[in-house]
Design a binder for this molecule. Structure first.
Ligand SMILES: [Zn+2]
Ligand SMILES: [Zn+2]
Length: 283
C-alpha cells in the first residue's frame, strides 16, 4: 500500500519552467522597488505602511495559510475562511497550493521528496521552492482535497495573482510610487524571506526538543521574526495544534491572535497541546 502511495508522489523537480522563471524575475523586480525608492524619495508613512502590512502578513502566513489551511488547527465560518484566503492572497499565498504542498512537506520531511528541505540546496530551498510547487497539480489537489470543494478557493487557486495586483494598485493610488515600493513591495519581500527562512533555518542546526523523524529545529530568532513560526521542531512533533510555542515563554503572537479571535466567536475549536504531547509522552 505504502509503495503504491509513494509511487504516486513525484520527486520535486529542480528544473524551473517558464511560469516559475517569470515568477522569479518578478521577485527580483520586487527587490529593486525599495532600492529605487531610496533615490526617488520615501516618507515615514511608507515605512509605517510596510510595518502594518508585515504584521498583517505574519498572521496571514502563520495563522491562516499554515495553521488553518494546511493543518486545520481551528474551525471557522465559510465567510471568515474566505477572508483568510484574501489575507494570504495579498502575498501571493494560495491556500490550496500551500495546503497541498505543505502536507507533502510534513509527510516526507527532509527526504528527497521534500521540496522545502535545505537538503535540496540553499538556492532552491530559499527561492526555488517559493516559485515551484515541485509536484504535479494532481498531487497538490489530492493533498488539499478538503478545500477543493469550495469554488471561491479554487478560483483563487487559478487566479492567485489577482489579489496582490489589486492591493498593489490600491496602494499606488493612495500613496504613490514610494508607498507602493516601500510599503507594499517591501512588506512582500519581508514575507517571502520570512517563509524561506523557516524552510531553511528551521530544518538545520541542533536545537531540537523532540525526537522527530525529520531534521526540524526550534529557532527563537525565526520565532521572533515570524511571530511564532520558528518553534518548528515543536510544530513537527505535533502539527495539528494552533500553537507553535508550546510553553508560555515561547513567543507566539499568531496563537495569541487566534485566542483573541476565539473570544469574539469568529473562530472556534482552537486546538491546544495536550500535556502528554508537550512533555513528550506521545505514543
Ligand atoms: Zn518543516
Ligand atoms: Zn506545518
Amino acid at each position: 500500500m505504502s509503495q503504491t502511495l509513494t509511487s504516486f508522489i513525484a520527486q520535486p523537480k529542480k528544473r524551473l519552467n517558464s511560469r516559475q522563471i517569470t515568477f522569479l524575475i518578478f521577485v527580483v523586480c520586487l527587490h529593486t522597488l525599495p532600492v529605487v525608492a531610496i533615490f526617488t524619495g520615501m516618507r515615514m508613512v511608507d515605512g509605517l505602511v510596510c510595518i502594518g502590512f508585515s504584521l498583517v502578513y505574519a498572521f496571514g502566513l502563520g495563522g491562516c495559510l499554515h495553521r488553518y489551511f494546511a493543518h486545520r488547527a481551528f474551525k471557522t465560518s465559510r465567510v471568515f475562511q474566505f477572508f483568510m484566503c484574501l489575507l494570504t492572497g495579498m502575498t501571493f499565498g494560495d491556500p490550496i497550493w500551500f495546503a497541498g504542498k505543505h502536507r507533502i512537506h510534513h509527510k516526507y520531511s527532509d527526504t528527497t521528496r521534500d521540496v522545502h528541505s535545505p537538503k535540496q540546496g540553499f538556492w532552491f530551498c530559499w527561492f526555488g521552492s517559493v516559485a515551484d510547487e515541485g509536484y504535479p497539480e494532481s498531487e497538490i489537489l489530492k493533498h488539499a482535497a478538503d478545500f477543493t470543494c469550495f469554488p471561491e478557493l479554487m478560483w483563487m487557486h487559478r487566479n492567485y495573482w489577482v489579489t496582490p495586483l489589486v492591493v498593489g494598485i490600491i496602494t499606488f493610488l493612495i500613496g504613490g510610487f514610494s508607498m507602493f515600493a516601500v510599503g507594499y513591495g517591501g512588506s512582500i519581500i519581508i514575507a517571502l524571506h520570512g517563509a524561506s527562512g523557516i524552510n531553511y533555518f528551521c530544518h538545520k542546526g541542533r536545537n531540537r526538543r523532540y525526537e522527530t523523524s525529520d531534521g526540524s529545529t526550534n529557532s527563537w530568532v525565526m520565532a521572533l521574526i515570524t511571530f511564532g513560526e520558528g518553534w518548528h521542531n515543536n510544530h513537527h512533533h505535533y502539527p495539528n495544534t494552533a500553537r507553535a510555542g508550546f510553553f508560555w515563554w515561547e513567543w507566539d503572537p499568531v496563537f495569541y491572535t487566534l485566542k483573541v479571535l476565539s473570544w469574539t466567536g469568529m473562530v472556534w475549536d482552537v486546538r491546544g497541546v495536550p500535556a502528554r504531547v508537550k512533555y513528550n509522552l506521545i505514543e
